[in-house]
Ligand binder design. Structure first.
Ligand code: ACO
Length: 326
């Protein structure tokens, strides 16, 4: 029996040049490298330059992904950009990426699920590709969260960074099961808007007519995160019959090393299978998973045929998982 699968053909990432260390932040607010590392695992983050927008980061990541996949821009007929920091309220960042890549056909749109954005975008693109309506997709997570931060609030400004990552997915007819079955094997998405006030931006065109700043009840987010993450991963295991032992690489959303460690431990995923980049990038929201994927591809960890588990949780709350055979 054969089936249409969204197969990953390549990936890429881009980080702004400027690196801001914990010591740099300690010059702005009352904090310390020791506090930040101990509570979050974060040591540094990249910050976009003045005038460097989310779409610019996204284009660089997309170009790297296309080169890695050996796919030309005109072969792409779907672009989904996950972002909460679009260049403009409209048009979508995705249409700006499309124009920069010289693509004039197909569809391009943004998707907003905050830190879960990349998993939501991947699931969305997968539905388009496996329905047969589109052939090749660029799925991008791109953020300039530094622009949403209140740089006088030490409880939030230490946590986030800027960056972008992308995957190229292609609809392919896959025959056979087991290890021969490749691509996006299952996705599971959840939301619960009752948690809106635990992590939100206090502005927007429809309310304050301003951009606003990120606000968070950190302890509350932490309290919910591990349960939500592990629930939705168990959904992925139930849907596919795989277990924690079958996973080659666990690539979680990079918010906080303590959340990642607690989730992996609860699921029984061995620490050496967990990809961590939060130390170097901070929380880059929708960009964090494709950035971590790019890092683990570049150093030779993730290889073709590997079973890769993705998960994310973020504002809304939203949360989701995806299981991908590379
Ligand atoms: N430097 C020094 N001290 C600080 C800082 C800081 N940057 N921030 C807070 N503190 C102080 C607080 O004021 C408080 O002091 P007090 O006891 O005198 O009142 C003390 O540290 C403890 O504060 P808590 O908020 O209880 O610290 P906690 O251990 O919960 O750590 C943190 C805070 C790191 C935000 C944690 O709650 C967390 O990681 N939550 C998850 C939030 C998250 O990751 N959000 C990202 C977006 S959501 C996502 O992507 C999943």
């Amino acid at each position: 029996m054969s089936r249409l699968r969204s197969v990953v053909c390549g990936g890429g990432a881009y980080l702004p040049e400027r690196i801001m260390t914990n010591s740099d932040i300690a010059g702005l607010v009352e904090t310390s490298d020791e506090w930040i590392v101990q509570r979050t695992g974060i040591r540094a983050r990249h910050i976009a330059a003045d005038g460097e927008t989310t779409s610019m980061l996204a284009v660089r990541a997309a170009q790297a992904a296309l080169a890695d996949a050996g796919v030309s821009a005109d072969e792409i007929d779907l672009i989904v950009v996950a972002t909460s920091t679009p260049d403009y309220t409209f048009p979508a960042t995705a249409t700006q990426v499309q124009a920069e890549l010289g693509i004039t056909h197909g569809a391009a749109f943004d998707l907003q699920a905050v830190c879960s954005g990349f998993v939501f975008a991947l699931a969305t693109a997968d539905k388009f590709l496996t329905s047969g309506s589109h052939r090749r997709a660029l799925v991008i997570g791109a953020e300039t969260f530094s622009r949403l931060l209140d740089w006088s609030d030490r409880t939030t400004c230490v946590l986030f960074g800027d960056g972008a990552g992308a995957l190229v997915l292609e609809a392919q007819e896959i025959s056979g099961g087991g290890a021969g079955d490749r691509g996006v094997l299952t996705t599971h998405l959840r939301s619960d808007g009752r948690h809106r006030n635990k992590l939100f931006v206090d502005g927007g065109p429809g309310s304050t007519r301003t951009v606003g700043h990120l606000r968070m009840e950190g302890r509350e987010v932490f309290r919910h995160a591990v349960g939500m993450i592990t629930d939705v991963i168990e959904d992925a295991f139930r849907a596919t019959g795989f277990t924690a032992e079958d996973i080659d690489w666990f690539v979680p959303h990079q918010a906080n090393k303590r959340i990642i460690d607690a989730s992996a431990q609860k699921l029984g995923i061995a620490p050496e299978k967990v990809v961590i980049t939060v130390d170097q990038h901070g929380n880059t929201s929708a960009a964090s998973i494709p950035l971590a994927l790019a890092a683990a591809r570049a150093d030779g960890r993730i290889k073709r045929g590997d079973l890769v588990l993705l998960e994310a949780m973020g504002g809304g709350f939203t949360w989701g998982s995806a299981l991908v055979r590379w």
